[in-house]
Design a protein around this ligand. Structure first.
Ligand code: ZN
Length: 298
């Protein structure tokens, strides 16, 4: 296989969307509660990070096997694209080097963040009720949104940390006894929905409730909720070196057929393009943003 074929394949492709039942995303205005992640030694460190390769054909994101101690063929090729030298060992001409670097940015492994959340059911006036809108799921977040949760807006906020016997910080987010519900609202690009977001990309607004509350009325109910928190592996099964190779081979073999399909599916994908991706573009290429979008489009 040569680098030309790889370049063409990446340039040709747009990712398709895929349903993922364990993933939550804001569609409109919601009240959610972040939960501890009970499947690890420190459940309060509930913000999970996973490395993905996007832009690899029909998959919304391939988990990079290096994070599970395995080799990764995608990383291998990404390194070749990043290199200043071509496969013949000689320095690449500038134009090729710059183009290759852009492709490298598209396929290199990127972080995506997840936290378990449960959504509160609202009454017809939009007030929080004692019930929930569904089982716990993972909120798939960009680095920007994680920064808002972990930073001064919530976990780092002085008022919220004052006088907390449990130490505050992450507890503010995930405490089942004294946590803060979050109002999360998706505002579409170019003020399409009249919610006042003039930016050319959607924005996810996060507004914590000032008063801390319990997750639910009784310990029994809280335990029942926590027992339903999925494992991150349920949403994203671990990959092995062989899985990455298989995805890579399929991606390289897909050829022109998927090009037509990708063109067809490009517009609907854009409609659902979620907010938290574009707030802080990572490398500035549209297809990467689309790929992040696929991950959160569930
Ligand atoms: Zn990799």
């Amino acid at each position: 296989m040569d680098l030309d074929a790889l370049r063409n394949r990446i340039n040709d492709l747009k990712n398709k969307t895929q349903k993922q039942g364990h993933i939550w995303k804001a569609k409109d205005k919601h009240v959610i509660r972040c939960l501890p992640y009970p499947h690890q030694a420190d459940p309060d460190s509930a913000i999970l990070e996973l490395l993905f390769h996007f832009n690899l054909g029909s998959q919304p994101g391939l988990l990079c096997p290096t994070q599970f101690g395995e080799e990764c063929i995608v990383c291998e090729f990404a390194e070749k694209l990043k290199s200043w030298n071509g496969e013949d060992g000689r320095k690449k001409p500038d134009a090729i080097r710059i183009a290759d670097f852009k492709l490298f940015c598209q396929i290199q492994a990127k972080s995506r963040y997840f936290i378990p959340v449960i959504e509160r059911a609202l009454d017809k006036d939009g007030k929080v009720t004692a019930t929930f809108a569904g089982p716990p799921k993972f909120w798939s977040m960009s680095e920007f949104v994680v920064g808002e949760l972990a930073g001064n807006k919530i976990c780092g906020k002085e008022d919220f940390n004052e006088g907390r016997k449990d130490g505050g910080k992450l507890k503010i987010l995930v405490s089942t006894a004294q946590g803060h519900d979050l109002t999360v609202e998706l505002k579409k690009a170019n003020n399409e929905d009249g919610k006042g977001n003039p930016k050319p990309f959607p924005v996810t607004d996060i507004d914590p409730k000032i008063r801390p509350t319990a997750l639910a009325a009784s310990k029994k109910e809280i335990d029942e909720i926590l027992a339903k928190v999925p494992r991150i592996e349920d949403a994203y099964p671990r990959t092995k070196a062989a899985d990455a190779r298989k995805t890579w081979d399929a991606f390289m073999a897909e050829g022109g057929e998927s090009k037509a399909e990708a063109t067809k599916s490009a517009e609907p994908g854009k409609e659902h393009f979620p907010a938290n991706n574009a707030e802080k573009p990572l490398t500035g290429t549209r297809s990467i943003e689309d790929a992040f979008g696929d991950l959160t489009n569930s």
